[in-house]
Design a protein around this ligand. Structure first.
Ligand code: AKG
Ligand code: FE2
Length: 707
């Protein structure tokens, strides 16, 4: 019985609807102790409880409609059938596959109009408010149709609403209850007219199908009446490609069953390669994040930036684990308050949590066609991957606020404004200037800074970044390049900033990374670190103090169940005193399941004490072993630097390299150990679950976990 909560959570995470139904029956058989199981049937479902029509959406005005129409006209929609074409827009790179159609995603945040509409939809009280993706469908005529189906692919979360907003020509959406078994006469038909929305509630897909039938009427001719449906959904970040246990009657592709058990999620672990997971390639290939393969961790190379891939077609560049581990090692030992990074190479499919400890708040501007626009006059200069800037700050800084200053410019520049408890404000910016970009880039940078100045954010300003001005001479700031001169005129002349770096910041010997500020007197201990002191990179990091007093909050604490001290006898008694008949009177397995969960949850709260644990500064796999090797690596690096003869230098460099290798290997091994159970590599370790729980600040296994 001690194991009940954990076992319960696992069941909860893994059960199919049929299993939940069976479990509830079994449970009630036990709990009611009168030999009768509660009866769950799917008949008598009122279709009106599964769907809702919303006639007008406040905020969806003419101008927003126009912007959305403009955005969707730019989409290159893919054929879905019967003249209908679609495009999947999502925050991750997971493909949306149904039938034989593979819908590669476009990043939804590149479509601000659609994002605004998604916000409106999410704020509607009848929705679950967590939709993050959109399937755009174009119906070219009144005869184009969508066959009877369920939106129940594994990628689509079934615990969130699915909300479809219609634009353009009017059509109808027909719903058919599964329990009626009649797929001819709809149980409900809702209008799908311009600017209206139809909501399908959480769980609805398991009880009904829906379709957009060809419009009736004598007119057998197709009327060219274009309609768009914008169907907002929430994606399940991790799902298995393994054949579904009870395939829904929708259109899930059958996959051969594999004996792989893995929690994918967009996580460090999910990007490990086959060797690290100790499984053969075949299995690893089947472990997919949202249907895509897990890329192999690539060999280190000396590219700068934290992600290392040159595969320009890849949607999901693998992380360069040497850089990630070394940066975390630096963070662990130095605990910097704020970190600014350039050339992160990050994509939206990589979570900030994968590269930073939980204890940092991360502001990111990943490369997109918005921040790095394609210039048709210089097609060869365009790089889809690369770029990206980031500012991270410790979340235990006791400040009043730190805010992303969102300014919509076409440049890789990001600013965060900090307000201290005593009302002092300072602004940190970072700018990655792509060396090949011309004066447009300067104009956009100018726009960004002017906008900050206008909103009085530049009182105390620090701007650091890779400016790629190799030929400027410092400290006199002279250059023969007109464009670089204009940047300097603006920063130094117009904004009154000083540039404080005067020694090389790149292994080429150039001063590429610059530090501009209008409050140089507040900057103390400014240092250009040695190469490799922060992490593997061909750039050298810059460290400094800002003389503004900020305290730390006492480290955040977290309460978790202390299962060892639970009063399970009392918990059992409580459970048998519940009136399960009444609790399950809703007759609906999903509803009953939720009620059961809630009751058990409440009883656990009552009978199982909690303990307080400190949230950790480092990830759980970063322990004293790792830090010992990090210190060794650091020792050899410094020895090599200080060596007085070539022979010593070579020896120490060699030792540094092997310590670096060992550091990476140890961290990868620890990562793996955290993930796979020692006793059986097919199992996921308890330690991993503990980590999942601590990250989700909950004792439950997240719903996105599937097997
Ligand atoms: O066009 C509609 O209103 C419904 C669209 C739909 O059901 C779908 O895209 O799955
Ligand atoms: Fe649908």
């Amino acid at each position: 019985m001690q194991e009940l909560p954990v076992a319960f959570e696992e069941l909860l995470a893994q059960a199919s609807l049929e299993e939940k139904q069976a479990m509830l029956k079994a449970l009630t058989l036990n709990l009611l102790q009168d030999g009768t199981a509660a009866n769950f049937s799917t008949s008598d479902i009122d279709i009106n409880s599964l769907v809702e029509h919303v006639d007008s959406l406040s905020g969806l005005d003419d101008s927003l409609c126009d912007s959305i129409m403009e955005e969707i006209q730019t989409l290159d929609l893919k054929k879905k059938g019967r003249g209908v074409k679609t495009q999947w827009l999502s925050p991750t790179s997971d493909e949306y596959n149904y039938g034989n159609v593979i819908n590669k995603p476009l990043p939804i945040r590149d479509y601000p109009g659609l994002c605004k509409l998604m916000e409106i939809v999410n704020s509607h009280p009848s929705t679950t408010g967590d939709m993050d993706s959109c399937l755009v469908t174009r119906y070219p005529s009144n005869k184009s149709a969508l066959r009877l189906h369920k939106d129940q692919e594994p990628l689509i979360s079934q615990t969130s609403s699915i909300c479809t907003v219609s634009l353009g020509a009017p059509r109808e959406l027909s719903f058919f209850l599964d329990s009626k078994g009649d797929n001819v006469t709809p149980d409900l038909v809702l209008p799908a007219t311009h600017r209206t929305m139809n909501i399908m509630k959480p769980g609805a897909q398991s009880k009904m199908k829906h379709a957009v039938l060809p419009a009736d009427g004598d007119d057998v001719m197709k009327t060219p009446n274009v309609r768009f449906s914008l169907s907002f959904r929430k994606i399940t970040p991790a799902f298995s490609n393994v054949e579904a246990k009870s395939p829904p009657s929708g259109h899930v592709k059958k996959q051969p069953k594999k004996n792989v058990v893995l929690v994918a999620g967009d996580s460090f672990a999910a990007r490990l390669d086959a060797k690290l997971l100790g499984k053969n390639k075949q299995d690893v290939r089947n472990i997919a994040i949202g249907g895509r393969k897990i890329p192999q961790v690539q060999k280190d190379n000396e590219d700068f930036g934290f992600i290392n891939t040159r595969d320009l077609t890849s949607n999901s560049p693998p992380l360069n684990m040497t850089k990630v581990h070394e940066m975390n090692g630096y963070i662990f030992s130095n605990r910097p308050d704020i970190i600014l990074l350039n050339e992160t190479w990050l994509k939206c499919s990589i979570l900030s949590k994968e590269i930073f400890p939980d204890s940092y708040k991360v502001f990111r501007l990943d490369r997109s066609t918005k921040t790095h626009p394609y210039d048709p006059n210089r097609p060869k200069k365009f790089r889809k991957n690369g770029g990206g800037v980031l500012i991270a700050c410790r979340s235990d800084l006791d400040i009043a606020s730190c805010k992303f200053s969102k300014i919509n410019v076409q440049a890789e520049v990001l600013s965060v404004t900090f307000k201290t408890k005593c009302g002092k404000t300072f602004c940190l910016s970072t700018f990655y200037r792509v060396g090949t970009l011309g004066s447009d880039n300067l104009d956009e940078f100018h726009k960004h800074m002017t906008s900050l100045a206008t909103s009085r954010k530049l009182g105390k300003h620090i701007l650091i970044g890779d400016f790629n001005f190799p030929e400027i001479s410092w400290p006199d700031a002279t250059t023969s390049c007109e464009l670089h001169g204009k940047f300097l005129d603006f920063l130094i002349g117009d904004l009154g900033h000083a540039q404080l770096i005067a020694t090389p910041t790149h292994k080429s010997g150039h001063i590429l990374d610059l530090f501009f500020t209008n409050v140089p007197s507040l900057i103390k201990n400014l240092k250009v670190l040695d190469q490799n002191a922060f992490c593997l990179s061909d750039h050298q990091a810059i460290s400094f103090d800002i003389e503004i007093e900020v305290k730390y909050k006492t480290s955040p604490k977290m309460k978790v169940f202390n299962y060892d001290n639970g009063d399970y006898r009392a918990l059992n008694e409580d459970l048998s005193n519940v009136n399960w008949d009444r609790a399950f009177s809703c007759n609906d397995p999903c509803g009953a399941w939720n009620i059961f969960r809630n009751i058990l949850g409440q009883l656990c709260e009552r009978r199982i004490p909690k303990k307080t644990i400190r949230s950790q500064f480092q990830p759980p796999w970063y322990d004293s072993d790792c830090d010992r090797i990090r210190r060794k690596k650091e020792k050899w690096r410094i020895k090599a630097k200080e060596a007085t003869n070539e022979q010593d230098c070579e020896t120490f460099t060699e030792r540094f390299r092997s310590a670096r290798k060992l550091f990476k290997k140890t961290l990868n091994d620890k990562l793996k150990l955290n993930f796979v159970d020692d006793s059986d590599p097919a199992l996921i370790s308890k330690k991993f679950w503990t980590h999942v729980k601590s990250r989700s600040k909950s004792t439950r296994i997240p719903e996105t976990v599937k097997y």
